[in-house]
Design a protein around this ligand. Sequence first.
Ligand code: UGA
Length: 446
Amino acid sequence: MALKITVIGTGYLGATHAAAMAELGFEVLGLDVVPEKIEMLGRGEVPMYEPGLTELLRRHVAGIEGSSGRLRFTTSYEEAGEFGDVHFICVNTPQKHGEYACDMSHVDAAFDALAPHLTRPALVVGKSTVPVGSAVRLAARLAALAPAGAEAELAWNPEFLREGFAVQDTLHPDRIVVGVASERAERLLREVYAKPVGAGSPFIVMDYPTAELVKTAANSFLATKISFINAMAEVCEAADGDVVKLAEAIGHDERIGRKFLRAGVGFGGGCLPKDIRAFMARAGELGADQALTFLREVDSINMRRRGHMVELTRDAVGGSFLGKRVAVLGATFKPDSDDVRDSPALNVAGQIHLQGGQVTVYDPKGMENARRVFPTLDYADSALEAARGADAVLHLTEWREFRELDPAALGAVVSERRILDGRNALDPELWREAGWTYRALGRPQA
Ligand code: UGA
């Protein structure tokens, strides 16, 4: 009989995973403790902006006309326990308030709520990003709390999906990593992932701690790569070099690679910043803190970018923000997402506002979330409206819409044709030809 799958936690990761599992042909039950989320998903609506996810969901949610009916949602752990052979834990692991460490309370709560309902053999698969050592602890807890005892097993299967590409990354993962303690667990996961593995995704089997570490190592590497190029941007600025050309030139070396070498206001979001911090905290607990002290530098290079962007803007408008209008294009931490968690764009907007500038923000998808986090900023319904009367325009999230802006049209509404590109994504020639002063991080001032 085909495996039945539950997905516990229906955020970015869980909602996408649940829909993807249904797409692969399984019967799926998604669970969340927030009833409003479950109601929305049950209607085929996605609580966040993620390209392609609504369509995927609507193809499978039961009750929607023409759907496969393989995907349902619930808030009941009892129902999930009865239903599933394989249970994916996809709850979030934010940074703890006031410290670097990872907050495991949602993961612990999910295990504690699910385990008492596991009365028959089941595989619980952790997907959340957790400190190394968590899986060993959770496996023991599962065996102790589940009526099925040792028949309720654990596996760790980290997720590498990127926001904005979540559907593609989940259906066609570039690798599938599984940390297991038995052949049975491996066999079950091979069954779950038979289609993507058949289509060429490498399936890499390892122990629990290595699987947990693969995830944090991958995100640490990506963060390091971004901070490396941003450090080069700092040197370029001091030496009148051009970091964009530099990145292009070193990127041709296959060992270095071109991706993730885009200098700018740095990385944000719900993953990279908190993951490198949690990794440092965990290494400290393990007595291996020296190994990761470089991540402290990665973090501070990254945070410095935001301050630097504010300083560049202040200089550009004459040394003080008082009485100045600043348009901020972009609020989300990256394009094709409505996520504003630890967004460099909003951080910069907030700092300028606090220094007395009159800031107007526009973002194609992130307005609602941005308003919630920074209600004191002004918001406009379009880039043009945001730019009206501005002494400086800041490009801080590289949405396609901004790359395609017409410099002449924008030039007609601003007070000063002054643009600062915090993402190195606009074409300097185009803007300069239209009479703009174009300034970017890590590039010479023409
Ligand atoms: C990241 C990882 O890329 C995923 O593989 C991982 O699964 C995910 O975290 C996670 O742990 O769940 P994501 O947070 O969606 O994915 O965002 P990224 O695409 O990694 O971008 C992170 C930040 O780096 C963004 O603010 C982006 O603007 C910035 N960035 C990226 C740069 O500043 N320069 C670059 O060259 C690339």
